[in-house]
Design a protein around this ligand. Structure first.
Ligand code: HEM
Length: 296
């Protein structure tokens, strides 16, 4: 008798074969948990251990939400269709972290559910986070094969497209509770912006696969928007001219601004697409040539 049924062995693909991609995904999903265990003593000695864990769970949920959103574009860019096999695992993993985020918050409120309900319906950043939470719960519940069959492909896809709205709410929640330094939230917003704009451009062009040139254009536009967005945000928050903030972006001594990081990440993707498109067309050409030679 098998100790763990095949369907529960997350490291195996649908045919029951050991999948290195699934093992790597599982390791990625468990990394924050392992890191929290590694940092356990420091967390315990900190001023607010539960709050530290709330931040960790929220942060990693946002990261995994981004990774889940990145699966579809990266399947085309890396010419690696198999990536789809781990999308559900990533989505459910995101929900596990967000469930932990809420549970830890309830713990922080001494399990006073009345207070939790009051806070979630009266504080803006929690109303926004709570709405995103509900959206993620709906997606997790409807992620099973049975639910997919019940809803039908088209309705399922339409329902799951709310993930973009959820990502937007999660980012707003992140910004709302960030007290001073917005560097990481702006970088995250830039990356999410890139992913959302990719989908919009693909939809507008009516294509699954964007050309390397389109990816390059997308990267330039999203990086510029990240610079402008940060400058306008800081300008409004601190009552300074956005032009002064923009000027500081070119002063590397003052630190590297998120717009540059978004540009670097985007250009790395463009380079990957360029290499994969050349490599793929060469191997396709070699295959066709070999078939032609065999036929002679
Ligand atoms: C009912 C739902 C939610 C509650 C009650 C909640 C509560 C909180 C609280 C209390 C904080 C820390 C605030 C502080 O210390 O001032 C926080 C931070 C955060 N939350 Fe949520 N949240 C919810 C939903 C979400 C969702 C759906 C996401 C994203 C998918 C999310 C992502 C984050 C992030 C990224 C942070 C900041 C982490 C960091 O500082 O690195 N939260 N949330």
């Amino acid at each position: 008798m098998r100790l763990i049924p095949f369907s529960c062995q997350l490291w195996r693909d649908k045919r029951g074969r050991l999948s290195y991609l699934r093992i790597a995904t599982l390791a990625l999903l468990l990394f924050p948990l392992a890191k929290a265990l590694f940092d356990a003593q420091a967390i315990y000695d900190g001023a607010r251990p539960i709050n530290d864990l709330i931040h960790r769970a929220g942060f990693w949920a946002l990261i995994f939400l981004g990774v889940t959103l990145a699966v579809t574009p990266f399947r085309s860019i890396a010419r690696y269709g198999n990536l789809i096999d781990v999308r559900r695992m990533l989505g459910v993993g995101t929900f596990c972290y967000i469930a932990a985020h809420l549970l830890l918050y309830i713990d922080d409120q001494m399990f006073d559910l009345g207070k939790v309900a009051y806070e979630i319906t009266h504080r803006w950043y929690l109303i926004v986070g709570g709405t995103a939470w509900l959206g993620l719960a709906v997606l997790a519940i409807t992620s099973t094969d049975g639910m997919m069959r019940r809803l039908g492909g088209l309705r399922w896809r339409r329902l799951h497209s709310i993930i973009y709205g959820i990502a937007l709410l999660a980012l707003i929640h992140y910004f709302q509770q960030t007290k001073a330094d917005v560097t990481v939230p702006v970088f995250a917003a830039g990356l999410f912006g890139w992913l959302i704009c990719y989908r919009l451009l693909a939809w507008w062009q009516g294509k699954q696969q964007l050309s390397t040139l389109s990816l390059f254009g997308l990267t330039i536009v999203v990086s510029a928007l990240t610079f402008f967005g940060e400058a306008i945000g800081i300008g409004i928050a601190f009552g300074v001219s956005p032009m002064v903030v923009l000027g500081a972006a070119f002063d590397i001594q003052a630190g590297i601004r998120p717009g540059w990081e978004v540009l670097a990440a985007g250009l790395a993707v463009v380079a990957l697409d360029f290499v994969r498109s050349r490599f793929n067309s060469r191997s396709a050409w070699t295959r066709t040539r070999a078939q032609a030679v065999a036929a002679e």
